[in-house]
Structure formats: structure tokens, C-alpha cells
Design a protein around this ligand. Structure first.
Ligand code: ADP
Ligand code: ADP
Ligand code: ZN
Length: 226
């Protein structure tokens, strides 16, 4: 789908389970720019036991944020890759004001800027239902839900045939609540930061995946015209 060749940095906000990953994958196909999900990048490094993965491990296990220097450097490296030269869909970053400022500086260095921030709003009750039923592909990280968005064949990824699993941090309700709490504390100020700059669109996340997607695409295309 050719949606123009403007360089776009689209930020997706929303608590864990609001559907950021699900939407980022749809947007990546629509706008032809990659999804950059810091959680996926950390999990990849963890799985491959890289230095970065070892550094991030204890924080991830506690459901806490990995230190900003580590996270910012990882994002800089990812956004420098050839496939991200026309922009990216950022999912899970920035998560606090220091990261938001680091991102602004990084993009300014490259003559870019944040083009649109989307906040996907979902009630806490619904978030818990979604997180406890979430399943993720080991190979391509696509997300499914056992009830709301099941794969065609149980336990198998529709996109790549990979095996689906449940993240450890989705099994533990205490860890889920801790992540939601940190989210509220650290990330709501970031959402405010973009709202004040007139870059934020809030979308009702309690609609079908397709309807949420249509609203986000409309908001992004609308911001192109401004
Ligand atoms: P996030 O990346 O924000 O944590 P995900 O995209 O992983 O969220 O979605 C969390 C869970 O909710 C997944 O199991 C996903 O399949 C499901 N989900 C996503 N969007 C919707 C929706 N609009 N309605 C119902 N379930 C959804
Ligand atoms: P969730 O949003 O469901 O907590 P993510 O997949 O976004 O999960 O992230 C998993 C873990 O990776 C987080 O709990 C945190 O430890 C780390 N992480 C992800 N994004 C960031 C970030 N922007 N800054 C610091 N740590 C992060
Ligand atoms: Zn897959």
C-alpha cells in the first residue's frame, strides 16, 4: 500500500495489552516502515545471550525499565539501519521523559522529528483480560489472543508457522500489575509531553482490531496535511 514517501516517526502509546504491537504490525505493512519495539529488541538480546541481553535481564525480570543509556543506545542503533531510513513505528519507546528528550535529539541530528503520537486507551479490566490470554510467536514476535485474536491453528503462528508461547511476565498477575503501575507513573507524563506539542491523537482501543487500525491510519494521514 503506497501511502506516500514522507519520512515518518510514529509513536504508539498505551498500557501493556492496549494493542500497540498488534497495531504496529498493521501499520508497518501499510506505511512500509519497520516496527521498532524496544521490548522485542530486549527479548531478542536476552534469548541470544548478548551483552545487552545480560545487562537487561534483571530489570526485565522485575518488570522495571532498563536504564536509559542502554535503551537509548539500542534505539539509536536500530533507527540507523537501512530499513529505517524512511522512518519507523516506535512501540514501547519512549517510556519516560528522559527517553523522549533523547529521541528528539537523535531525530533532530538526522533532520527528522516525531510526526505523530497515538495513545490507545483501554480500561484496566480489559487490559488484564488481554494480557492473560496473549500468545506471542517465538520467531517473528507476532501477537495473538486465545479468545480475541486466535491463530488459525492453535499454538502456530499464521504469519510464519513459528511456535506460539506465553511470556513469563504475562503469567504472573503481580508482575502485570507492577508493569501497569510503572506505566502510569513513567509514561503518562510522556503522553502529556506530546499532547502539549499538538502531536497526540487518542484512540479508543476497545474496538475491533480493524477499527482501531482505521482510526490510527486516519490520524497519521491527517497529520501529514498539517
Ligand atoms: P501491547 O503491545 O500494547 O502490549 P498487544 O498488541 O500485544 O498489546 O495486544 C495484547 C493482547 O490483546 C494480544 O493478545 C492481542 O491479540 C489482543 N488484542 C489486541 N488488540 C485487540 C483488540 N482491539 N481487541 C481485542 N483484543 C486485542
Ligand atoms: P510490556 O510493555 O508488556 O511491559 P515490553 O515488551 O514493552 O513489555 O517490554 C518488556 C520489558 O523490556 C520491560 O518490562 C522493560 O524491562 C524493558 N523495556 C521495554 N521498553 C523499554 C524502554 N523504552 N525503556 C526501558 N526498558 C524497556
Ligand atoms: Zn511468526
Amino acid at each position: 500500500m503506497g501511502a506516500g514517501n514522507k519520512r515518518r516517526y510514529i509513536l504508539l502509546f498505551g498500557a501493556q495489552g492496549s494493542g500497540k504491537g498488534t497495531q504496529a504490525r498493521l501499520l508497518q505493512d501499510y506505511f512500509d516502515i519497520p516496527q521498532v519495539a524496544t521490548g522485542d529488541l530486549f527479548r531478542y538480546n536476552l534469548k541470544n545471550q548478548t551483552e545487552l541481553g545480560k545487562l537487561a535481564k534483571s530489570y526485565m525480570e522485575r518488570g522495571e525499565l532498563v536504564p536509559d543509556e542502554v535503551t537509548n543506545a539500542m534505539v539509536r542503533e536500530r533507527l540507523s539501519q537501512p530499513d529505517a531510513q524512511e522512518g519507523a513505528i516506535l512501540d514501547g519507546y519512549p517510556r519516560n521523559l528522559a527517553q523522549a528528550q533523547a529521541l528528539d535529539e537523535m531525530l533532530a541530528e538526522w533532520g527528522g522529528e516525531v510526526t505523530q503520537a497515538i495513545y490507545i486507551e483501554v480500561s484496566e479490566e480489559e487490559l488484564l483480560r488481554r494480557l492473560t490470554g496473549r500468545r506471542v510467536c517465538r520467531e517473528c514476535q507476532a501477537t495473538y489472543h486465545v479468545v480475541f485474536n486466535p491463530p488459525k491453528q492453535e499454538g502456530v503462528c499464521d504469519r510464519c508457522g513459528g511456535e506460539l508461547y506465553q511470556r513469563d511476565d504475562d503469567k504472573d498477575e503481580a508482575a502485570i500489575r507492577r508493569r501497569l503501575e510503572i506505566y502510569m507513573k513513567e509514561t503518562l507524563p510522556v503522553i502529556e509531553y506530546y499532547r502539549q506539542r499538538g502531536l497526540l491523537t487518542t484512540v479508543n482501543g476497545e474496538q475491533s482490531i480493524g477499527d482501531v487500525n482505521r482510526e490510527i491510519v486516519a490520524a497519521v494521514l491527517n497529520s501529514d496535511e498539517q
